[in-house]
Write a protein that binds this ligand. Structure first.
Ligand code: SF4
Ligand code: SF4
Length: 135
C-alpha cells in the first residue's frame, strides 16, 4: 500500500464528470479530499490523498491522462526568494489554496507559507523564478 498527495486539474469538458469517483472505483483506491474548487466554465481542481496498490495508482494516473486531467504531485518546503519577486501577480490565480494573494491597497503579492500545500504550481508560472521548491 502506498499513499500519494496529488493535485488534479480538470479540463473544461471534464468539470461536470464524476472523474474522482470513477478513478477510485476503477483502480481500487481510497481517497481523502484535502481541497477542491470548481469554477463553472473556467477551471477545476482537487487536492487528493490517494491510497492503494502502487500499480493501481500508476494505472489510475495513466487513465487520468487519457481524459486530459493533469496530475501534479504535492511537494514540500516551498519558499519565495523575496529579492527576486517583482509582485507581477502571475502566480496568484494559479495557487489552488490562495496562499499567494494581492494585498490591498499596497498591491504587493503576499506569500502565506502556512497556507501553502506545496503543490509547486507557482514555481512553473513565476517569470523570475522567485518561487522555489527545496528538497
Ligand atoms: S509570479 Fe513570481 S514574481 Fe510574480 S508575484 Fe508571484 S512570486 Fe512574485
Ligand atoms: S506551492 Fe505555490 S501554488 Fe502551490 S500552494 Fe504553495 S504557494 Fe500555492
Amino acid at each position: 500500500m502506498a499513499s500519494h498527495k496529488v493535485v488534479l486539474h480538470f479540463p473544461l469538458h471534464q468539470l461536470n464528470q464524476p472523474v474522482v469517483n470513477n478513478l477510485i472505483k476503477r483502480y481500487d483506491l481510497d481517497f481523502n479530499i484535502l481541497r477542491a474548487e470548481v469554477t463553472p466554465n473556467e477551471r477545476g481542481f482537487v487536492v487528493l490523498e490517494l491510497t492503494g496498490e502502487e500499480q493501481n495508482f500508476c494505472d489510475g494516473l495513466a487513465w487520468l491522462d487519457t481524459l486530459g486531467v493533469t496530475v501534479q504531485p504535492l511537494s514540500e518546503d516551498v519558499v519565495r526568494l523575496d529579492d527576486r519577486c517583482t509582485h507581477c501577480g502571475a502566480c496568484v490565480t494559479s495557487c489552488p489554496v490562495d496562499a499567494l494573494y494581492v494585498d490591498r491597497p499596497s498591491q504587493a503579492v503576499i506569500f502565506d507559507q502556512e497556507a501553502c500545500i506545496g503543490c509547486g504550481i507557482c514555481v512553473d508560472v513565476c517569470p523570475p523564478r522567485a518561487m522555489v521548491v527545496q528538497f
